[in-house]
Design a protein around this ligand. Structure first.
Ligand code: KG4
Ligand code: ZN
Length: 344
């Protein structure tokens, strides 16, 4: 094990300042400081506040990750950082810090894609190689269906959300229902006591014509409107039932499309990644449906689904193991980095 590369991963694309350290595929440290409470009263992440919080938190988070892993900076074999997509000011803090460390330590530097990192964190949970796999990537900013031929360099986009990302839809509906921010975990919790079949909310892009024209794309705007209308027209609504029915609609569509992508491509492994992969109903229904369809299901450990540094370290480690050339030290953080660009 000790001949495996020791890789540091830095994540600052949104409101988590996070550092992870892995040796090969073994997680040694995962430290996260979140500025979520500073954004809560605005109902969403405020970019300037996030950037400032990264500046304040990065060095202490780095120090405690090194302590947790019981290693020093000089022991590291490579430095990885989220290069995009994300908030530009927030990304810049991580990229500048990581390239500074790489120059100072004279170590290879990998600026990687946040979304590919979400998928590759599964390498720390499951032992088989990921590829080939269909990845359902569901976070606060993205919902995509991907064909992963090689997580270090060959990711194909099969479809994506036409409007809100799945996590965004959770956050917005939770807000309307007074469940706070971020809404995903709160709505998940509220749903536990609700009836998922109480209200028949629409399933976006699942008409037969949609299956022909947009089989792997998502749309959650109709669902959002339907929930808002229901809340308005039903003063005595049961909150848990609305939460559970809304959640069921999203989860149902995500899995219908993910399983259809497996069937169409003949790929028998499904990876579910990103913050929404922490959702308890998505996890249990995915397990049931994959068992029936005889698919191998991989979902990272629940604590590794939302943003963290371990996922960036995991992808950096996969890059190093595959012998990929490091990034140029002066790469530009790229806020709209396409999901198919694994490394900048
Ligand atoms: O991947 P992530 O941490 O950040 C982005 O890259 O966007 O995802 C955050 C999103 C938020 O929208 C949050 O509400 C959602 O993931 N989320 C959940 C759950 N935990 C986090 N959504 C549904 N159920 C959950 N348990
Ligand atoms: Zn993320």
């Amino acid at each position: 094990m000790s001949n495996q590369p020791l890789v540091l991963g830095i994540e600052t694309s949104c409101d988590e300042t996070a550092v992870g350290i892995v040796r090969g595929r073994t997680l040694l440290a995962n430290v996260i400081a979140s500025s979520v409470e500073e954004h809560a009263r605005f109902g969403g992440v405020v970019p300037e506040i996030a950037s400032r919080a990264h500046l304040e938190s990065l060095v202490p988070v780095l120090q405690s990750a090194l302590e947790q892993a019981n290693v020093s900076l000089r022991d590291l074999d490579a430095i990885a950082v989220t290069g995009g997509p994300g908030l530009i000011g927030a990304l810049l803090v991580g990229v500048a810090s990581a390239s500074g460390l790489a120059i100072g330590l004279d170590k290879p530097f990998y600026a990687v894609n946040h979304l590919a990192a979400h998928v590759s964190v599964d390498l720390l949970t499951h032992s088989l190689p990921i590829e080939p796999a269909i990845a359902l990537l569901v976070s606060g900013g993205h919902s995509s269906l991907l064909q992963v031929n090689d997580i270090t360099q060959d990711v194909i986009k099969l479809g994506e959300s036409m409007d809100d990302a799945a996590g965004e839809a959770f956050d917005k509906i939770a807000r309307v229902m007074g469940l706070g921010f971020p809404g995903g975990p709160a709505l998940d919790h509220e749903s536990l006591t609700g009836n998922p079949n109480a209200i028949d909310f629409p399933r976006g892009l699942t008409q037969s014509s949609d299956w022909l024209s947009r089989p792997f794309d998502f749309s959650f705007s109709g669902l959002k409107t339907a929930v808002a209308r229901y809340l308005e027209s039903t003063p005595n609504y049961k909150r848990a039932d609305v939460a559970a029915s809304f959640q069921e609609s999203i989860v149902d569509v995500l899995l219908l499309k993910a399983l259809a992508a497996c069937k169409k491509t003949g790929i028998d492994t499904l990876v579910i990644a990103g913050g929404v992969a922490a959702n308890s109903r998505l996890r249990s229904l995915a397990q049931q449906r994959c068992e029936v369809a005889k698919l191998r299901l991989r979902i990272p450990a629940s604590g590794l689904c939302t943003d963290n540094g371990a996922m960036v370290a995991a992808l950096g480690s996969a890059m190093a193991a595959a012998g990929r050339a490091p990034s140029k030290i002066d790469v530009a953080a790229t806020s709209n980095l396409p999901v198919t660009t694994v490394q900048i």
